[in-house]
Design a protein around this ligand. Structure first.
Ligand code: F6R
Length: 241
């Protein structure tokens, strides 16, 4: 696991953007794993800027997002599908047929999860997976206690995650309590992983990632066993190291 230390959120986003563009430009049919949340918003803004300047094209890019809320349709303002459209897809030349997010309204969610893993496999696996990290070490929506061998599955969201995500909803009671998430084993099969971490609220989690034991109690710790992980971390998130 390689740590790249940067000054602040902007620098983290710039560095992540450079890594992502290099990956897209060097592969014939790049497969990207994408995340939502606050962390990658700056990255997506930078990528759009670079796209507008002709530095990158999404024409041949396939994407798989990490997760989606159960019960929210694609059109719902709080769905991750909508987030991805607004923050990235609507602004670049991506073919929407190559865009994949779990369908949180599928009538058979277990089948949806199986299909999602199969689609990732058929696409030749993820070349570069972007990850953020929860304050409890979750990756995707794999909360503490999730088996390291898990595939894409339905999860009950932890109380701390519901509280953290309530800022996007009218009230805490409106936050969906379940999500579909890529499993930890699915994430670990990505060829390369880029974990982005910014801000003091993540300082404890970064310290645990860097120095704690590898345990299902702290899902992100498994990344230490992956051969190709880069962590771009800013000064705020490093105050406890
Ligand atoms: C989002 C996701 C989550 C977030 C994590 C951090 O698709 O899978 O694991 O990356 O909750 O969220 P932010 O970036 O909002 O701090």
């Amino acid at each position: 696991m390689e740590f790249i230390k940067v000054t602040n959120y902007q620098d983290m986003s710039d560095k992540a953007c450079a890594i992502m563009i290099e990956k897209i430009n060097n592969l014939k049919n790049p497969v990207l794993g994408l995340a939502t949340g606050s962390t990658p918003e700056g990255l997506y803004q930078k990528i759009i800027e670079q796209y507008k300047q002709g530095k990158v094209s999404f024409k041949d890019v396939t994407t798989f997002n990490l997760d989606e809320y159960v019960g929210l349709s694609r059109e719902d303002v709080n769905s991750y599908y909508r987030y991805m459209q607004e923050k990235l897809f609507n602004h670049v030349d991506i073919n929407l047929e190559r865009v994949h997010l779990p369908n949180g309204t599928a009538s058979d969610l277990a089948e949806e999860c199986r299909m999602y893993d199969k689609q990732i496999e058929q696409a030749g696996r993820v070349d570069l997976q972007i990850l953020g990290m929860g304050i409890n070490g979750h990756i995707g929506f794999n909360e503490p206690g999730t088996p390291f061998n898990s595939r894409t599955h339905v999860v009950d969201l932890a109380a701390s995650t519901l509280e953290a995500n309530a800022r996007f909803f009218p009230s805490l009671a409106d936050v969906p309590t379940q999500a579909v998430t890529m499993g930890i084993a699915t994430i670990m099969e990505s060829k390369e992983i880029l974990l982005l971490v910014s801000g003091e609220q993540k300082a404890e989690a970064i310290a645990r990632l860097a120095e704690g034991e590898i345990s299902e109690d702290f899902p992100a710790s498994i990344l230490r066993n992956h051969p190709n992980v880069t962590v771009v971390v800013d000064e705020g998130a490093m105050v406890k190291l």
